[in-house]
Design a protein. Structure first.
Length: 293
C-alpha cells in the first residue's frame, strides 16, 4: 500500500460566508499534506463562493472548484464531487465545520495499519454558534465493527463529522443514494454490511450547531426516517415498524420538554399506531399528562 496516499476533501458550502474561511484554513493547517480539495458551492445567496475561491487560490493546495446555479441535494452534490476526486481516501466536509490540525494525519495512519476498514471516524467537539461555546462529545457510546444495524438503532454510536472513507469500499457499495434526504446513515449501513467501521477515540473535528442545522428540525428528520422505513422495511435484521415508532416517540419526548404538547400528542399517536404494545410509548403518554397538569 502507498505510504503517502492522496486524500480528497469533498468540500460543500451553502450560505457559509461567515464560516468558510475558518474551514479552509483548518485544511491548510493539516499536518498531512497530500490533500486535494474538490469544492462545490450549492447556489449560495451570499458571498460564500467568492470568499472560498479567494482562500483556495491562496492555499497552495491542489483544488477543483464548482458552482451550482440552482441548489441540489447533499447526495447529488457529494456524488458530483466524488466523480472529480482522485484520492484513495475520501473525506466530505461542510464548510461550517472544521478540522483539528492532525485530523487527516491520524486517520491516514490508522488506515495504513488497517487497510480493510470501510469508514473511519473520530470523536469531536460541538461548537454552539449562538452561545459561542465548545463542548467535547461523549465518546462512551461509540462502537466499531459491522455497524449496519447499530447505525439505525443507536445513532450515537458514531460522530458524523470528519468521517473518512475508503474509496475501494465506496466503489463496491455504490455512491450516496440520491433518493434520500438524510444521506449519511444509509451510506454507513451499506458500508457496515460488507466492511468494518472504526474510530479513533480522540477529538479531531469540530461540528458547528446552529438554528439552521437540519438535525435540529424534527420534521425534516422524520421525513428522512420515513424514507429509511420504506427502504429497509423488508430486511430481516431489523423491525422497521418498531424502529420508526421509537423515532416518533423520541421526538414526542423532546416536544414535551419544549412544552409543545399538541405536537407531542400527534407524534406519540403515530408511535402507538406503529407499535401499539410498546411500554415506552405509554411511559411517554404519562410524561405528557404529568407535564400538562
Amino acid at each position: 500500500m502507498e505510504r503517502n496516499p492522496l486524500v480528497s476533501i469533498l468540500l460543500l458550502s451553502m450560505n457559509h460566508e461567515s464560516y468558510i474561511e475558518q474551514c479552509i484554513q483548518s485544511i491548510i493547517n493539516q499536518t498531512y499534506k497530500n490533500i486535494e480539495i474538490i469544492y462545490l458551492d450549492n447556489a449560495s445567496r451570499d458571498n460564500t463562493f467568492k470568499v472560498g475561491k479567494k482562500f483556495l487560490e491562496e492555499s497552495g493546495i491542489t483544488f477543483k472548484m464548482f458552482l451550482n446555479r440552482e441548489p441540489k441535494s447533499i447526495s447529488q452534490n457529494l456524488n458530483f464531487l466524488l466523480e472529480y476526486s482522485s484520492g484513495q481516501y475520501i473525506s466530505p466536509l461542510s464548510t461550517d465545520d472544521w478540522f483539528a490540525p492532525k485530523n487527516i494525519e491520524k486517520k491516514v495512519n490508522f488506515y495504513l495499519n488497517n487497510p480493510d476498514t470501510g469508514a473511519l471516524f473520530s470523536n469531536g467537539w460541538y461548537y454552539y454558534e449562538k452561545e459561542k461555546k465548545t463542548i467535547l462529545n461523549n465518546s462512551t457510546t461509540f462502537k466499531r465493527g459491522r455497524l449496519f444495524k447499530e447505525i439505525l438503532m443507536h445513532p450515537d454510536c458514531m460522530f458524523y463529522v470528519g468521517v473518512i472513507y475508503n474509496r475501494d469500499i465506496i466503489e463496491k457499495i455504490g455512491k450516496w443514494d440520491e433518493n434520500l434526504i438524510i444521506e449519511d446513515l444509509d451510506m454507513y449501513i451499506r458500508i457496515g454490511l460488507i466492511a468494518t467501521i472504526d474510530f479513533i477515540d480522540e477529538p479531531l473535528v469540530y461540528y458547528r450547531r446552529s438554528s439552521e442545522s437540519a438535525s435540529r428540525s424534527y420534521r425534516f428528520m422524520l421525513d428522512g426516517f420515513k424514507q429509511y422505513y420504506e427502504k429497509y422495511k423488508g430486511e430481516s435484521w431489523i423491525n422497521m415498524k418498531k424502529w420508526l415508532a421509537e423515532r416518533y416517540r423520541l421526538f414526542a419526548a423532546d416536544c414535551i420538554d419544549d412544552r409543545k404538547r399538541k405536537e407531542a400528542a400527534g407524534l406519540i399517536l403515530n408511535a402507538i399506531k406503529l407499535n401499539p404494545l410498546s411500554l415506552n410509548n405509554f411511559r411517554t403518554i404519562f410524561y405528557l399528562i404529568r407535564q400538562s397538569l
